[in-house]
Write a protein that binds this ligand. Structure first.
Ligand code: AOF
Ligand code: ZN
Length: 341
C-alpha cells in the first residue's frame, strides 16, 4: 500500500470519529484517533469522551491493546502533555510502545501543548500537519477559535430568498428553504453546543430550536436552547416544551451573551436570528462564520435577515470572504468567513 494514501485514509477515519462526537465534549475538543499495527491493520479507534473521561488516543489504545506496539497512531490534535482531568496522552502513547504518531493540528492550549517534543524525545517518530486544513476548518474549528480567543465560535445561519428577504410582508417565514437545507440545519443543531435566538423570533415564529430528523422525531442529542433579549417568553412557547434545556439570557449584548455561554462551557454556537440579534452580533464583530441558504423564491417585500449592524454607508460594509458555495437541493448554500483585514 502506498504510504501517502494510507496516511490520509487513516486520518480521514480519525476525522469521522471526531465529527461523530461533536457537541458532546465541550469545553474539550472533539478529537478522533485511530491505531494501525505495524502491518498497517486498523486495530483501534477512539474519540474524546465527555469532560473528565478519557481522550481519543487513550480510547483507541485501549481497544488496540498489545497490537499497538510498534504501530502508528493517527490523531486530529497534537497529543496532550499535561495532567489535566486525565493523565497525559503522551504517557499512554509511550507506555503502549507505538513507533509513530501523525497528528493534524498543534494544541494551542499552553497547558496541554508540548506533546510532539515529548514524544520525539522518547524516540517516537512524530509528524504534524496531515490533513491539518480539513481538521482546522471542520471538527476542530470552533474549539480552536475558543482556545485562541476564550470566546465561543458563532455561526450565523439564515435563510433568504433570491431577492434577499427572510420573511414575507405578513411576517410568514416557514418553509422558505427546501427540505435538504432544513435537514442540514437540524444535523447542525445536533452538533453544536447551543442554539441562540432572540425573544423577537420566539414571539413571532414560536420556533422549537431542537434538532429533529426529517420525520420530525427528536434527534439523540439536543443543543442548549438560548433565548436572548428582554421580555417574557410566553408560558406556552415551544422553546419551553421540555424537549431540551432552555436558557434565558436577559441581554442583547453579544459580549454579555457569549461570556455567559463560555462560563457554561459552550464552545460552538449556532445563531439563528432574528434580524435584531444578528445585527447586534455583526456590529460587535462576533460572527465567525455565515451559513446562508438562498432559496430560489421572490417575495418583493418583507424584512432582510440582518437588522441594523452599525453601517450607514457602503464604505462601512462588513467584508466577508466566501469559502464555499454548494447546492442543497434547489437552494444555494454559501459559507463565508470574515475577510482578512
Ligand atoms: C488529546 N486528546 O482527545 C483531547 C485533548 O481536562 P483534560 O485532562 O480532559 O484536558 C483537556 C485538554 O486536553 C484540552 O484543553 C486540550 O488541550 C486537550 N484535549 N488532547 O490529546 C484528546 N480532547
Ligand atoms: Zn490527551
Amino acid at each position: 500500500m502506498e504510504d501517502g494514501s494510507r496516511d490520509e485514509r487513516a486520518m480521514r477515519a480519525a476525522i469521522e470519529l471526531s465529527t461523530a462526537v461533536r457537541g458532546t465534549t465541550s469545553p474539550n475538543p472533539p478529537v478522533g484517533a485511530v491505531v494501525l499495527d505495524p502491518a498497517g491493520r486498523l486495530v483501534g479507534q477512539g474519540a474524546t469522551q465527555p469532560p473528565g473521561g478519557p481522550h481519543a488516543e487513550v480510547v483507541a489504545l485501549r481497544q488496540a491493546g498489545e497490537r499497538a506496539r510498534g504501530g502508528t497512531v493517527y490523531v486530529t490534535l497534537e497529543p496532550c502533555d499535561h495532567h489535566g482531568r486525565t493523565p497525559p496522552c503522551t504517557r499512554a502513547l509511550r507506555d503502549a510502545g507505538v513507533a509513530a504518531v501523525r497528528y493534524a493540528v498543534a494544541d494551542p492550549n499552553p497547558a496541554a501543548a508540548g506533546g510532539a517534543a515529548t514524544l520525539r524525545a522518547a524516540g517516537v517518530d512524530v509528524r504534524a500537519g496531515l490533513l491539518a486544513g480539513e481538521v482546522a476548518a471542520g471538527p476542530l474549528r470552533a474549539w480552536l477559535h475558543f482556545a485562541r480567543t476564550g470566546r465561543p465560535h458563532v455561526t450565523w445561519k439564515y435563510a433568504a430568498t433570491l431577492d434577499g428577504r427572510s420573511a414575507a410582508a405578513d411576517g410568514t417565514s416557514r418553509w422558505l428553504s427546501g427540505a435538504e437545507s432544513r435537514a442540514e440545519v437540524h444535523r447542525l443543531r445536533g452538533m453544536v453546543d447551543a442554539v441562540v435566538a432572540g425573544i423577537g423570533t420566539v414571539l413571532a415564529d414560536d420556533p422549537r430550536l431542537t434538532a429533529r430528523t426529517p420525520d420530525g422525531a427528536l434527534a439523540a442529542r439536543q443543543p442548549l436552547r438560548v433565548v436572548v433579549g428582554f421580555g417574557e417568553v410566553p408560558a406556552g412557547a415551544r422553546v419551553l416544551d421540555g424537549a431540551a434545556e432552555t436558557l434565558r439570557v436577559r441581554s442583547h449584548d453579544p459580549h454579555a451573551v457569549l461570556t455567559t455561554l463560555a462560563e457554561r462551557g459552550v464552545v460552538d454556537v449556532l445563531l439563528e436570528g432574528g434580524p435584531r440579534v444578528a445585527g447586534a452580533f455583526a456590529a460587535a464583530g462576533r460572527i465567525d462564520r455565515i451559513l446562508a441558504y438562498v432559496a430560489p423564491l421572490l417575495l418583493g417585500a418583507g424584512p432582510a435577515a440582518l437588522g441594523e449592524a452599525g453601517v450607514s454607508t457602503v464604505t462601512e460594509a462588513h467584508r466577508w470572504t466566501v469559502e464555499g458555495v454548494t447546492m442543497r437541493g434547489g437552494d444555494v448554500r454559501i459559507s463565508a468567513v470574515p475577510a482578512p483585514r
